[in-house]
Ligand binder design. Structure first.
Ligand code: SF4
Ligand code: SF4
Length: 111
């Protein structure tokens, strides 16, 4: 089984406080180039190097902003129309579709 530790940040649930960015021990978080729906510049995963340690999750004051994925725990198999291939999906929530592609981070119902 492939190791795919990573963190998924729900951009519209992030208030851009930067606590996770400062707390990450391997410095794999930074800020997005664009603003989210609330007008904040959200944190984002740079795409490689997450150890799955969970520090960012425990640091974040927003309950649903950060999900840490360790290996394939909690993931579903599915097809992503954005990536045009079979991928691992993070189950969706709060009307964000049937899942979120962990490769491109797009909700499956966003196109
Ligand atoms: S889980 Fe740990 S290594 Fe991964 S982004 Fe969060 S703080 Fe950084
Ligand atoms: S700690 Fe949470 S709210 Fe603050 S920047 Fe990181 S994800 Fe956003």
């Amino acid at each position: 089984m492939a190791i795919i530790n990573r963190v998924v940040i729900q951009a519209d649930d992030c208030k851009g406080c930067g606590l996770c960015v400062d707390a990450c021990p391997v410095n794999v978080l930074d800020f997005a180039d664009s603003l989210n729906a609330m007008g904040y510049r959200p944190a984002r995963y740079t795409g490689a190097g997450c150890t799955g340690c969970g520090t960012c999750f425990y640091t974040c004051p927003e309950p649903r902003a950060i999900t840490v994925i360790r290996n394939t725990e909690g993931l579903e198999d599915g097809y992503c129309p954005h990536c045009d291939r079979d991928v691992k999906l993070l189950p969706g929530y709060r009307g964000k579709g049937s899942g979120i592609c962990i490769e491109c981070m797009n909700p499956l119902n966003s196109r």
